[in-house]
Design a protein around this ligand. Sequence first.
Ligand code: SF4
Length: 414
Amino acid sequence: MTTYKRPEVLAPAGTLEKLKIAIQYGADAVYIGGEVFGLRTRAGNFSYEEIAEGVEFAHARGAKVYVAANMVTHEGALDGASEFFAKLAEIGVDGTIISDPALIEIALNTLRGTATEVHLSTQASAINGETLNFWKRHGLTRAVLGREVSFDEIAKIRAKTDLEIEVFIHGAMCISYSGRCVLSNHMSLRDANRGGCSQSCRWRYDIYGDGELLNEKGDVNEQFSMSAVDMCMIKYVDQFIKLGMDSLKIEGRMKSIHYVSTVTNVYKKAVDSFMEDPENWVCKQEWIDELWKVAQREMSTGFYLHDPAVEEQLFGERRKRPEYSFIGEVLAYDEAKGIAHIRQRNNFSAGDTIEFYGPGFVHFTQLAQDMKDKDGEELDYCPHPMMELWMPVAQKVEPGFMIRKMGQTDHGNP
Ligand code: SF4
């Protein structure tokens, strides 16, 4: 029987809270941003103290932390880079993800002899084996492939190099080569390559030809956008493992704890399931259904099977929307009484059918009922953000379990 190397499931962590949740839900590694040199200026970047806490939390659970330093660096923007990388090594960060060659050189020189690796960011658009070997010769240990590769190309790349390869398996796509775009700079004066993308490609535009409006004014189905639908490779997890991929990456440092916990849970389950029985692995419908419970822009296979075409674009209204909303998280559980201590995240009422889920792909549904506040007063409605309440639950839960309900669109907010 063929044996396969288990790839890591790599989850996004925009905050310390998300880092801990991602690891609790099965991430083998997380990627975060520091306060400088990262590409997600709006993703809640980590202070050195938070990085240290995240690394300690991760290492105590056998997980790794990578810090993205993947912005495009203009003249003068390299100041302080050496000190930044030295600090990451001192904290014990497992790797740093970089695209700019000057930053890579500074990182390699600073990190030589430390346990902090240097990885090539997807922003470098590495999509051939020779490029990976070029970076291997310079001392990098891993490359994140550009999203613009097919399975056929990945097989050829793998045959040419033993550099570790990380691939995106789930999340947003760019209409250009992963972030190499100045649309946002032009439309909103926010630099996509220095963390400020305002997603101008997804806006709706009126189309003019020879001064004439060609679409019907105000009709969203007639207006033009360049919005690529999201990538979802859950059906092809086995292909990535058979191709020898070392890391399967989930996009979305800006996404909610609902998203991070759900998507990490699903891919971890799928990888575990393959490793337990590779010969008989099939993608289960319940995994696909689960992914549809969180906010996203429909799903496609990116460039892996074929070049994206009209079906991989979102023109006009969405064809399908997630139907669940995130309503709370379990803070504690009294096993003797069967009562969960819950923090509310969105409105819900007594009588709502709610679903609890937890790490290891545990799920169950029940009615929201017999809810009480901290004074023991009965609650029919939980309208206040972050309010705490107590509720009997049908099965054992643990701190970190999440709760969602049907019937309301999740906007992806934490
Ligand atoms: S505007 Fe769109 S295509 Fe350009 S970087 Fe942002 S998400 Fe990518």
